[in-house]
Design a protein. Sequence first.
Length: 171
Amino acid sequence: MSLDKQMKKLSDGDSSAFESIYKKTQKAVYYTALSILRDRSLAEDVMQTTYLKVIKSARTYREGTDANAWIVRICRNEALNLKKKRGREVYLDERENEAVFGAEQTDDYGLLIDLARRTLPQDEFEVLILVAVVGYKRREVAELMNIPLSTATYKLNSATEKMIRALQNSR
């Protein structure tokens, strides 16, 4: 069943549709929040808040529109609000203090995301994550971020070049 139909079921009060909605959107929601906040635990918090708002606001969803984009926009707004509320904080990599955080070994995918987080400016990091990890097209990213397509393309190309250089320098 399509995501749009699942949202319609949820808006009609059928809470059993939520599990399917969650499974279809969790990756996009998590990585959208991570791309903005650059902190895994905050991204998970925003993810939880996003789905609570999806449940609460399901009746406002207009059938026939892009349900995935609607949910990701809620997530993006939540992440931006949290980032604004928290102000400027220093990011602390949990791998540097594994004993304190109880962190497990990070996989290569996580290491690439961490490298991107440290290497790229916020806007380029967000575009790269939305395209490379979440799977959005540049046009969709431009709409989501309210920027021109040419700007999204430039930011993606710039981020890709910087990541290639950073990976070559890390050898």
